[in-house]
Write a protein that binds this ligand. Structure first.
Ligand SMILES: NC(=O)C1=CN([C@@H]2O[C@H](COP(=O)(O)OP(=O)(O)OC[C@H]3O[C@@H](n4cnc5c(N)ncnc54)[C@H](OP(=O)(O)O)[C@@H]3O)[C@@H](O)[C@H]2O)C=CC1
Ligand SMILES: CC(=O)N[C@@H](CCC(=O)OP(=O)(O)O)C(=O)O
Length: 346
């Protein structure tokens, strides 16, 4: 049994981490970190935890936390983990950072897209990008994991096999993405008020969204060259879920069987990536509350382009579920432990 601490346990991603870890038989949560609710009972923040969690919220003292646990999750705003981390902490515990602080290898790119100064760039190189299906062996050896972003997880997994197999031209990729509002966190924001979101759909961050360089970097590794994409996210009136529809030019005429074989090559034995049957389009409802990413594709012979689709739950595979998957790998637990969550429907 290992002990875990969560800094940012009161946010949406941290809350989901609590829910998942409560069902993990090898983990005990020792620290419910917060900024606004210090000394309050955790269940007062989330009454769904009434009579389930009786602990009191603590602060973000990562030094003190590192003496008491084996793993620390940071589910906090961009920049916080980078401002707290140091060698003393990393020598004692493993860290899974759910923010973007260690995802992008080029610090200038991070600072430019996030508009903040990186406080501990010395750890960027060592951090492993925790997209488990692709970087599994490195995650197993890591003491610091950069848990991938929600849109980048869904986008990269939906597109990756086709770049690796040379089937598409990566510089023709256009990603149209949609997210439920839990992706924006629990903090009050005008754009996320009921009247702004309900019965509405809107693009945001057009051509400037901070996940663009993260997706480009990951697809670039698959291509073995720099990649530039168009990425447009939309906010939709749902609680959870991400759907991506991506378009790219095929390098040559391809059949359904060839493309399907590429997906099967990478995901055939993956528990959490489901390549759906022919012509079945992924839906957010089919993955809600689970760690699955559903992917599929359709070839458009008229234009010699391909449409790639992916759906997942932003709070599970897009955040807390993937963080637990990473923790399982880092501690040598069965990778699926605590994550065998059956999707909710309807
Ligand atoms: N929501 C999502 O779908 C996803 C989120 N993430 C990432 O996870 C992280 C958290 O996101 P999310 O849960 O949505 O955000 P929320 O706004 O819901 O939660 C933020 C959390 O951080 C805490 N916090 C804020 N400032 C501080 C501080 N100075 N010291 C200590 N704790 C602090 C808050 O504490 P308190 O409430 O007590 O003030 C809260 O627990 C972000 O980096 C986000 O990018 C990643 C993938 C998907
Ligand atoms: C709907 C919404 O606002 N989504 C967030 C992305 C989710 C998130 O928290 O970002 P990370 O995955 O990088 O941690 C956004 O667009 O900034």
């Amino acid at each position: 049994m290992i002990k875990a601490g969560i800094i940012g346990a009161t946010g949406y991603a941290g809350g989901e981490l609590v829910r998942i870890l409560m069902g993990h038989k090898e983990v005990e949560i020792k620290w419910y970190g917060s900024r606004s609710y210090i000394d309050k009972k955790y269940y007062e923040v989330y009454q769904n935890m009434f009579q389930i969690v009786d602990d009191t919220c603590l602060d973000d003292n990562m030094e003190a936390l590192a003496d008491q646990v084996d793993v620390i999750f940071t589910a906090t705003p961009q920049g916080l983990c980078a401002s707290l981390l140091n060698e003393g902490i990393l020598s004692k515990v493993k860290v899974v950072d759910l923010s973007a602080d260690y995802r992008i290898k080029d610090v200038k790119t991070y600072e430019e897209w996030y508009g903040i100064e990186h406080k501990t760039p010395q750890y960027i190189e060592e951090a492993v990008y925790g997209l488990c299906e692709i970087n599994r062996e490195d995650v197993k050896k890591a003491r610091l994991v950069a848990n991938p972003g929600c849109y980048p997880t869904c986008s990269t997994l939906s597109i990756y096999p086709l770049i690796k197999e040379g089937l598409i031209d990566p510089n023709t990729i256009i990603i149209d993405a949609k997210s439920g509002t839990s992706g924006a966190g629990r903090g009050a924001k005008l754009d996320n008020l009921y009247c702004e979101v309900n019965e509405n759909i809107k693009a945001y961050g057009v051509a400037v969204h901070r996940h663009t360089p993260e997706i480009e970097e990951q697809l670039g590794y698959a291509a073995g060259a720099d990649v530039k994409i168009n990425f447009t996210p939309h906010l939709v009136p749902m609680n959870r879920g991400i759907l991506i529809t991506a378009y790219a030019s095929l390098n040559k005429k391809a059949t359904y069987e060839e493309v399907k074989a590429a997906y099967d090559k990478y995901y055939g034995s993956e528990k959490f990536v489901r390549v759906l049957d022919k012509d079945v389009c992924p839906q957010t409802k089919w993955v809600e509350g689970s760690n699955y990413v559903d992917v599929n594709f359709k070839i458009d012979d008229r234009t010699n382009r391909i449409i790639m689709m992916g759906a997942m739950d932003n709070l599970v595979k897009g955040a807390a579920g993937q963080a637990v998957q990473n923790m399982n790998l880092m501690f040598g637990f069965k990778e699926t432990m605590g994550l065998e969550l059956v999707p909710m429907f309807p």
